[in-house]
Design a protein around this ligand. Structure first.
Ligand SMILES: Cc1cc2nc3c(=O)[nH]c(=O)nc-3n(C[C@H](O)[C@H](O)[C@H](O)COP(=O)(O)O)c2cc1C
Length: 174
């Protein structure tokens, strides 16, 4: 049987969300899918994929622009295939401890694309993160890497399981 193709696209300013996307891609590869991981700005089509995972870093309660534009640019094709969205994230352990609902903007995308699910992962702001706010957070001991590999892997495996279930059902859904 040919492998299902999954696109994992991400919007990332400083690399933390790129790391999450790569981990999702790695898990889905392990689960038997043909996975491509791409920055959202480099996505020219989603039509070649059986399913799409699209995620972004949050800045001031909004997705990074490339990810949002990707969702808008490919809205028609995305709405025709299984899609999952993710956001990253809080600079504390809250995302691991409880489910953090999507911000209003992302809730709208979820609805519009008919996405199968959404998760918020912890984010990362470290001494290497550029910008005044990041520097100030780190200086006041409010930084850190709160991306949980276990949380990320668990969510990716759930997507894999859901896609394999549909595969088992065959083309007529039986
Ligand atoms: C200026 C600034 C604003 C941020 N705003 C939010 C926010 O509104 N909500 C949130 O959960 N995280 C927020 N964060 C945390 C980032 O989303 C987190 O660091 C993320 O992992 C960054 O991903 P990136 O490195 O891929 O850009 C903010 C971080 C900075 C530096």
């Amino acid at each position: 049987m040919t492998k299902q193709r999954i696109l994992v696209a991400y919007g990332s300013k400083h690399g933390a969300t790129a790391g999450i996307a790569k981990e999702i891609g790695r898990v889905l590869d392990e689960e038997g899918f043909a996975t491509e991981v791409l920055p959202a700005a480099e996505v020219t089509t989603v039509a070649d994929f059986d399913a799409v995972v699209l995620g972004s870093a949050l800045y001031m309660n909004r997705w990074q622009r490339d990810a949002l534009q990707c969702a808008h640019r490919h809205a028609d094709e995305l709405a025709r295939r299984p899609v999952w969205l993710f956001s990253s994230g809080p600079i504390d352990s809250s995302a691991e401890q409880q489910e953090i609902p999507p911000v209003a903007q992302v809730a709208e995308e979820l609805e519009r694309l008919g996405a199968r699910g959404h998760v918020t992962f912890g984010g990362s702001v470290t001494a290497e993160t550029p910008g005044f706010v990041a520097r100030s957070m780190v200086r006041h001991d409010k930084g850190g890497d709160f991306r949980s590999p276990e949380h990320i892997r668990r969510w990716a495996r759930q997507i894999g399981a859901e896609l394999h279930t549909h595969e088992d059902r065959g083309p007529n859904g039986n």
